[in-house]
Ligand binder design. Structure first.
Ligand code: BG6
Length: 487
């Protein structure tokens, strides 16, 4: 790994926003609690609001105290001592100048932009104008990086005018989730799976990201993006890449990212014809979720809209390993349960020796990786059903489970926020779990193909009741290819 200086400060832009308050400051607090923040590490929170440092500290304490873990007095004293607040408009050079006193003596701060992507370019320009963007700094960005290939290129080019690619850390918070990283361990730290990880043994792969939440007050953002751009372009394609990529030579950032880019490049482009058979768009109407009646998306939005809140599609990876293995991806808001899951369905045994009585019991092996709500990895295996039987052996499928809940119990019981891992990696300059520019380009290229094919085919979202698993077309889609969703 190239020698990168350890960061000595974070400048958190958008510090009064939801992401910063609920996720980023809490993650920094927990890193501090566990002794992961460098000794003199500073946290410079900044936003337009004209707040005093004391008022910001109070707000931060209140938000932390709302968490189930509560606030530890000794940790808070240490954390508060690092924390400063600067009210400034960072889109202007004068605003960026105001940050300088708080960074006095810092050599390698990093800038975290928890702000609207429409401001990225201006903030970069003002950081450069204020002389804050030096070779030892890093910049961290949240999605969405653009709305399509063209707009994302524009953002990436403006960033590139101020920062080198190795200084740019594009966050996909799914990559900070424990089980997502565990996919790498599972595949590449065991000999068991890799020889089977191909089209000879695997029948298909399903990736589901279902949420019970609706869009609600986020509609001004969401309506411009929809499920395809909000979830599939980033989180789901990242999961697909980790499942499908070739073994990297090592865990160096570029070794891993090179393999992910190859997968994205091998994704088969959609055409107007296959988009109708291989994809479904949906939009939730009113319904019941978790026993409560909820409004439909258009009622939340206040007017008619053609934005999808659900998408299901079949993706194909045209390479030697995966030719002929469908990847079924499905994501939606207002589903019956929160579930993020990757299911690897193996092929059935080529021939059953167990006779007709037990043939119906024979289920193909399945490896299920649950990310949410619980983190778990289960491998279903066929066993003999215990007891005596006549006319052939009875079989049953039983799961071998690596429940990660137990692992957390050993580690103090707390499930880490995905941002903790990612912030720690930025502090140490490790970009393995961050998205490189060419990954963003390739993901958009493919997603643009889907959006264009939808537009050409005039495919509008089909309604589905909130609290259901999406439009009936989502079931028809997978059945058309001879499979079922693994519900
Ligand atoms: C965000 C999307 O990136 O991920 C949201 O913008 C979505 O629409 C969220 O709700 C899901 O994240 P998680 O970690 O709750 O699965």
């Amino acid at each position: 790994m190239p020698a990168t200086p350890q960061a000595d400060a974070i400048v958190l832009f958008g510090a009064t926003g939801d992401l910063a308050r609920r996720m980023l400051l809490a993650s920094l607090y927990f890193l501090d609690a566990d002794g992961f923040l460098p000794k003199d590490f500073r946290i410079v929170a900044t936003a337009r609001a004209d707040l005093t440092r004391d008022a910001f500290l109070e707000q931060t304490h209140t938000t932390l105290a709302e968490r189930p873990e509560g606030v530890d007095a000794a940790v808070w004293t240490r954390f508060a001592a690092r924390l400063n607040y600067v009210g400034a408009d960072a889109t202007t050079a004068e605003g960026a100048q105001k940050l300088k006193p708080a960074l006095e003596g810092c050599k390698a701060p990093f800038f975290y932009l928890a702000i609207s992507p429409s401001l990225y370019e201006k903030v970069c320009i003002s950081l450069a104008a204020a002389g804050l963007a030096t070779d030892d700094t890093r910049i961290v960005l949240e999605k969405p990086i653009g709305r399509d290939l063209e707009t994302s290129r524009h953002i990436n080019t403006s960033l590139g005018a101020v920062f080198d690619e190795n200084q740019i850390f594009r966050i996909d918070h799914y990559l900070g989730k424990e089980t997502v990283q565990n996919l790498l361990a599972l595949r590449f730290a065991n000999t068991l799976f890799e020889p089977l990880w191909n089209n000879l043994t695997i029948d298909h792969v399903q990736i589901t990201v279902a949420e019970t939440e609706g869009v609600g007050a986020r509609w001004p953002y969401y309506d411009e993006y929809g499920a395809l751009r909000d979830m599939l372009q980033n989180h789901m394609l990242q999961l697909l890449c980790l499942v499908a990529m070739e073994p990297p030579a090592d865990m160096e950032p570029d070794s891993v990212r090179n393999e992910k880019v190859k997968v994205l490049r091998s994704l088969r482009r959609f055409t107007r014809v296959d988009v109708q058979a291989a994809s479904v768009r949906g939009q939730y109407t009113s319904g019941v979720v978790g026993g409560k009646s909820v409004e439909g998306y258009e009622a939340e939005r206040g007017e008619k809209t053609g934005t999808e809140t659900f998408v299901a599609l079949r993706a194909d990876i045209d390479n030697w390993r995966w030719a002929g293995v469908p990847f079924f991806l499905r994501t939606g808001k207002r589903m019956p349960e929160k579930r993020t899951q990757v299911a690897i369905q193996f092929k059935p045994v080529p021939h059953s020796i167990f006779g007709s009585a037990s043939t119906g019991d024979l289920a193909p092996n399945r490896l299920v990786i649950d990310l949410q709500p619980d983190e778990d990895i289960k491998l279903s295996l066929m066993n003999k059903a215990p007891g005596l039987s006549q006319g052939g052996m009875r079989l049953q499928s039983l799961p071998l489970s690596l429940s990660l809940l137990r692992t957390y119990e050993g580690a103090g019981g707390r499930r880490r926020i995905a941002y903790e891992r990612l912030l720690l990696d930025v502090i140490h300059g490790d970009a393995t779990l961050f998205v490189r520019r060419d990954e963003v380009d390739e993901a958009w290229r493919w997603v643009d193909g889907v959006a264009d094919a939808w537009a050409e085919a005039g495919l509008r979202p089909k309604p589905y009741a909130a609290g259901s698993w999406g439009p009936s077309g989502a079931f028809a889609l997978i059945e058309r290819f001879g499979r079922d969703w693994s519900d």
